[in-house]
Design a protein around this ligand. Structure first.
Ligand code: BMA
Length: 300
């Protein structure tokens, strides 16, 4: 099945949030307690972001909770690293627990925070699992070769590449390897970053990533896919040479940041269908549907 935008996109905008926000976007997505569950980034009136949950029984129509579930102020001893906001959560289920990796933003610049929860009400905040600048971190949903694994996007003055590393306990990380860098002379040439958590398929780990290219004064954010080896996830088996989704609709072209499609979460169904939750122009939450097989065909 080709990629189809849901005809009633966007599925959530700031008008659907029961408290005052500037915008809602970039949700993590997971099946939780039999429901489709989004952990949405809400930019509060002061310009700093928190997270709020939204639930749905069909994956299309969501109810948003009446207050944020996680705020910078909840971070207590880690507050100095998140006091400008928490952004862009990726949610991964490992065993019976849900792990959140998100951007903590402060004067020290972005870094990756790890938290865990069983119920999305009570969170254990483990604190930073990277130094700045780093973002776009997602965990693999199971151990490989006896280790937990993550991908992230450290950045320096002139590099924005995706790296992979491993850990015995999700807290202490090492074995850092460059996973991949932006292909030059094309849609992703300026920077890339992981989008949604890697998905296990028969052919390998399917990874959604965003690629950026600057045009004039602005940049265009598009989505592509990568396929990683199941046993050696630092090896790339395939890659889309063209984007799988790019800004085309008004709700993707116009908003707080123009010409952006950006995803932090997708949900696969037992029949091979896939719901990609994404945001247009940093200003809403949208849905695109496809199948795992269709995305794998891009990686051949
Ligand atoms: C990235 C992140 C995202 C944002 C995207 C497009 O660098 O900051 O939160 O959606 O840019 O503006």
């Amino acid at each position: 099945m080709e990629i189809q935008r849901y005809t009633s996109n966007p599925i959530l905008t700031k008008e659907n949030i029961p408290f005052k926000v500037n915008s809602v976007f970039n949700p993590g997505a997971i099946k939780f307690a039999g429901k489709y569950f989004l952990l949405c980034r809400v930019e509060m009136p002061n310009g700093r972001s928190s997270f709020v949950t939204a639930q749905s029984s069909d994956g299309y129509s969501f109810n948003v909770s009446d207050k944020p579930c996680l705020t910078p102020e909840d971070h207590k001893e880690h507050y100095n690293y998140v006091n400008w906001g928490i952004e862009d959560a990726r949610v991964t289920q490992i065993g019976l627990r849900y792990y959140l990796t998100y951007t903590g933003y402060s004067k020290y610049m972005p870094l990756v925070i790890l938290a865990e929860t069983e119920d999305f009400n009570n969170f254990i905040i483990h604190g930073a699992i990277s130094e700045p600048s780093n973002k776009d971190c997602a965990l693999f949903p199971e151990k490989i070769d006896g280790y937990y694994w993550k991908v992230d996007r450290p950045s320096s003055e002139n590099r924005r590449d995706i790296w992979i590393s491993r850990s015995p306990d999700l807290i202490h990380w090492g074995g850092y390897k460059l996973l991949t860098e932006p292909l030059q002379g094309c849609w992703e040439q300026d920077k890339i970053g992981n989008s949604s958590p890697p998905l296990k398929t028969k052919d390998g780990w399917l990874m959604l990533y965003h690629g950026v290219r600057g045009f004039g004064l602005s940049s265009i954010y598009k989505l592509g896919v990568l396929l990683l080896d199941l046993e050696k996830p630092w090896l790339i088996k395939g890659r889309s040479l063209e984007p799988i989704l790019q800004p085309e609709m008004n709700y993707e072209r116009t908003g707080d940041v123009m010409n952006v499609v950006f995803s932090c979460g997708w949900i696969d169904e037992p029949d091979g269908k896939l719901k990609i939750y994404y945001s247009g122009a940093d200003s809403n939450i949208c849905l695109a549907e496809t199948t795992v097989d269709y995305l794998l065909s891009f990686c051949k």
